[in-house]
Every structure is written in structure tokens, then in C-alpha cells.
Design a protein around this ligand. Structure first.
Ligand SMILES: Cc1ncc(COP(=O)(O)O)c(C=O)c1O
Length: 487
């Protein structure tokens, strides 16, 4: 029988997982100010330790995770997170450092952060970094606010931000949140920005163009220098959405392409574990002219080599979050960069691109391309987009059905129905950490699902069969979440 009880519905009154030893020091009352006291005891689960352990271990087994299988979720760079990084982040000097320590007593942490900033600056090709933002989307918000501060400083008021129609949803959402109007740019037949559309829309009201290169179609836009020129000519900034940095680390640098502001998703390219509501990190790198506006405080190194936090930043956009950001993420990503080195990062990107092209070629060799053609181009960068439109027409199964049936083969589905401009889109990103055997098995699973659908499409339409839950009301789960039990 499947266990659907919450931890509060398990156990029995008085049952405990841990019993404290008798107090052998004087009890002190009143340490916690009255305002912070609830007045009533919190209701806690009353369970034994085995019940507690089993509850959470069983819950964890009902999820699909990167540690148990291939997770080719395009645009998300679900790569292996080396265990070494967890050990380093758990060292007491890192894990137990209190965020309220004075800079004088946190020199090691500040030095690590300063070094990480330098390393990220090198990868971005831009000189200044702030580690504060907590996610890619938070980095985007920082970037757009920086753009506004940069223009405002010159008495320049602008109202619009350009985003391509291939952009991730967080780009237009960020623009709206920052109070600008979103203006969409079209895509040319090669998958890059439609330059005529850009020229027509780039005017002195435009504050910024937000772009990712390679973009979410897995296509590198070779017109990037011309794009940068058009954008800079009207006095706008060029923003790099770094979600696709895994394709170009150590090979080409956004700063050299002409970008002014870049965000990194440390939980994508730099092996910080991804998602699950845990802490994330989305540092930003910027050009000299944007530097005065960076979030404060900034980490500075004195002439004697000691580190400090500089809060005297009159033009700063202010603080974006408490303390300096998610420190544990910095430790993991720094460990990654130091253990791979410049050559290793380049190798990771080259292998990511090679793996994506291998998988694409393997799918073609299995005869899948007729039903699932590549949406743009012939080759790809670190990810590629297939269109499920012919499959839907010929085999009567949709991209969603294919994705669900993949779960029965033990694979997490790729991203589906994004980018929006591709009909029945399937966005696949294998990353560099997968073996050839895994890529082969995934390609064979897709071919098998198509063969099966040719015989009986209802099998895929009703999948999955082997997961703890079958088809869910996903829109309902997102729009009307029930995330806690009423107490
Ligand atoms: C292309 C792109 N841009 C931005 C983001 C936003 O990043 P985050 O999820 O860290 O907020 C994502 C996330 O998947 C993305 O794929």
C-alpha cells in the first residue's frame, strides 16, 4: 500500500526520536524577547527515530533525481555534482561560520569569495563581480536594475527592454518586475536574432537587450558582434543570460562578444545542486561603466592583503539580499573551478557540446529524425530542440506523451513545450557528465517509444505506469498548490 500520510499523521502522543539528557545547568528564562514568543508550544511530529528516517527516505525515493538517473532537462544543465564539493562545504570553518562575524574574523571566507569573483570575472570576460543574487532570475533583476541606475545617472530615462521570442520566461518576467515594457524580437531562419527586427526596434527608449548565446534553441548567434554594435549605438546595455554558459566556458567570453552584464547560474554550469527550493546562486559580472552601481557591500582587498566589505557606495542599487549571498554555493563552485582549472572548464564545455551532438547523431541514426526533426540548423551547441509536430501528426502521440513514457524507461524527460516558437518542442541537454552508454540507451528508448506508438499510441498516451503517481494535473499543482497541512 502506498504511504500517503504526512509526518504529522504518523507516530503517537509522547513518542520521541530523541530524549534530551536532564538539564545540569541553571535554567534561564526570559532570554528570548517577549515579542518573539508564541505563547503556545509548537505542534511537532511525535515519532520514533526509525519512523522519522523511513518517512523521509521513502519520500526521497518517490522523486526522480540526478543521482538515480539521466536528467536531460534542456536549459537547466543538470550535471553531476561532485561529492568532493559537499565535503569541502561541510568543513566546520565553512559550514559553521556565522554570517554576523566581522570581516576581521571571516578573512578566509572573504578571500574565497574574492577569489571566486576573480575566477568568474575571467570566465565572463568582464572585470567586476557581485556574488549577491540568489538565482539566475535574481541576477537578471540585478542586471536590469543596474541598467536603470546606469541610465538614471546620466539623466537618461528609458522605458523598454528587448527580449527574443526564444527567451526563457524569467527574462520578460524580470523586465516587467523592474517596471519596463517587454518588446519581443523575432528569430531568423538560422535560429539567431532577426537583425532587421532588431534594427527596427532598437531606439533611444530601449534600455537593454537580454540575450543568451548560445540561445535556448542550442544555436550560437554568429551575428553577436553586430548585435552588440546596434544595441550600443542607441545607448542601451547588452545583458547576457548565463544559463547556457555550459557551452562556452573557457572557449568564448560574453565580455569579448560585447556584453556589459552577465549572470551565472552556479547551480547549472558550476555544479551547485539544482532546484528543490534550496539555496541557489546567480552572481553577476559587469563592465567598468556599470561597476559603480553594483549591489553593496562589495568585497575589497587592502594593500596589506586583508579583505573587507565596502558599504560606502553612493551609486549602488543597494542590497539585494541578506548578508553576502549563499555562501555554501560559493564554496562548492569555487571547489569546482579550482579542481578543474581553466583547461578543465574548457574541456567540460567541449564535452557538453560533443555529447549533445553525439546524441543528436545517434537519434538520427536510429531513424527518429522523420518524426522528431531538429527545429533549427544541422548541428547544435550543448543542447538541441526537436519538434514533435510530425510525430503528433503521424503517430497520434504528443511531446507530453513521449515525455511521460520516458519515465517508464527510467529517464527524466527533457524540457517540453519550450522554447515556445517550436511546435511540440522537446529541448534536450545531456551535459558533459553522462557516458556514451547512457546517451545510447536514451536514444534507443526514444526510438522504442516511437515504434510502440506506431503499433498502439494509447500506451504512450496513458503513461507513465511505473512511477509512484501517474498523470497529474500539473497546471493545478502549479496554480493551486497545497503545500502544508492545516494545523
Ligand atoms: C535560459 C534561462 N534563463 C534564465 C533562467 C533562470 O534561472 P534560475 O532558475 O536560476 O532563476 C533559466 C532557468 O532555467 C534558464 O534556463
Amino acid at each position: 500500500m502506498s504511504d500517503t500520510l504526512t509526518i504529522f499523521e504518523k507516530g503517537a502522543p509522547g513518542r520521541r526520536a530523541f530524549t534530551c539528557p536532564t538539564l545540569d545547568v541553571p535554567e534561564v528564562d526570559g532570554l528570548l524577547p517577549e515579542a518573539f514568543r508564541r505563547g503556545t508550544e509548537p505542534r511537532l511530529p511525535e515519532v520514533s527515530e526509525p519512523e522519522l528516517v523511513r518517512h523521509y527516505v521513502n519520500l526521497s525515493k518517490r522523486n526522480f533525481d540526478l543521482d538515480s538517473g539521466f536528467y536531460p532537462l534542456g536549459s537547466c544543465t543538470m550535471k553531476h555534482n561532485p561529492r568532493l564539493h559537499e565535503r569541502v562545504a561541510a568543513l566546520p570553518g565553512h559550514a559553521r561560520l556565522h554570517p554576523l562575524q566581522t570581516p576581521a574574523r571571516a578573512q578566509g571566507a572573504l578571500e574565497l569569495m574574492w577569489n571566486l569573483e576573480r575566477a568568474l570575472a575571467e570566465v565572463a570576460g568582464l572585470p567586476h563581480v557581485s556574488l549577491q543574487p540568489s538565482a539566475g532570475s535574481h541576477g537578471e533583476l540585478a542586471g536590469v536594475l543596474l541598467t536603470r541606475a546606469f541610465h538614471a545617472d546620466r539623466g537618461d530615462v528609458r522605458t523598454k527592454v528587448l527580449t527574443p521570442d526564444t527567451a526563457h520566461g524569467t527574462n520578460p518576467a524580470t523586465v516587467t518586475m523592474a517596471g519596463y515594457e517587454v518588446v519581443k524580437l523575432g528569430t531568423n531562419p538560422d535560429g539567431g536574432i532577426d537583425l532587421d527586427d532588431l534594427r527596427a526596434k532598437a531606439d533611444e527608449d530601449v534600455a537593454c537587450l537580454m540575450l543568451t548565446n548560445p540561445n535556448t534553441l542550442g544555436v550560437f548567434d554568429h551575428n553577436i558582434e553586430e548585435i552588440a554594435e546596434i544595441v550600443h549605438e542607441v545607448g542601451a546595455t547588452l545583458y547576457y543570460d548565463g544559463a547556457n554558459l555550459n557551452a562556452i566556458m573557457g572557449i568564448s567570453r560574453p565580455g569579448d562578444m560585447g556584453f556589459d552584464i552577465v549572470h551565472f547560474n552556479l547551480h547549472k554550469s558550476f555544479t551547485q545542486p539544482h532546484g528543490g527550493g534550496g539555496p541557489g546562486s546567480g552572481p553577476i559580472a559587469v563592465a567598468d561603466r556599470i561597476e559603480p552601481f553594483l549591489p553593496r557591500p562589495v568585497i575589497v582587498r587592502g594593500r596589506d592583503g586583508t579583505f573587507d566589505l565596502d558599504d560606502e557606495r553612493p551609486k549602488s542599487i543597494g542590497k539585494l539580499r541578506g548578508f553576502q549571498g549563499n555562501y555554501g554555493c560559493f564554496v562548492r563552485s569555487y571547489a569546482y573551478i579550482r579542481s578543474l582549472g581553466a583547461e578543465g572548464l574548457r574541456d567540460a564545455s567541449e564535452t557538453a557540446v560533443l555529447n549533445a551532438n553525439y546524441l543528436l547523431a545517434r537519434l538520427r541514426s536510429l531513424g527518429v529524425a522523420d518524426e522528431l526533426p531538429l527545429a533549427f540548423g544541422e548541428l547544435c551547441m550543448h543542447e538541441f530542440v526537436l519538434s514533435g509536430a510530425p510525430m503528433k501528426r503521424d503517430l497520434q502521440i504528443r511531446t507530453l506523451d513521449l515525455a511521460k513514457r520516458l519515465l517508464d524507461h527510467g529517464f527524466h524527460p527533457p524540457t517540453v513545450y519550450f522554447p515556445l516558437l517550436v511546435d511540440e518542442a522537446l529541448l534536450i541537454e545531456p551535459t558533459e557528465t553522462e557516458t556514451r552508454e547512457t546517451l545510447d540507451a536514451f536514444a534507443e528508448a526514444i526510438a522504442e517509444i516511437l515504434r510502440e506508438a506506431a503499433e498502439d499510441p494509447s500506451i504512450a498516451r496513458e503513461a507513465p505506469y511505473t512511477t509512484p503517481v501517474r498523470r497529474l494535473d500539473e497546471a493545478g499543482a502549479a496554480k493551486r498548490p497545497v503545500i502544508r497541512q492545516a494545523l
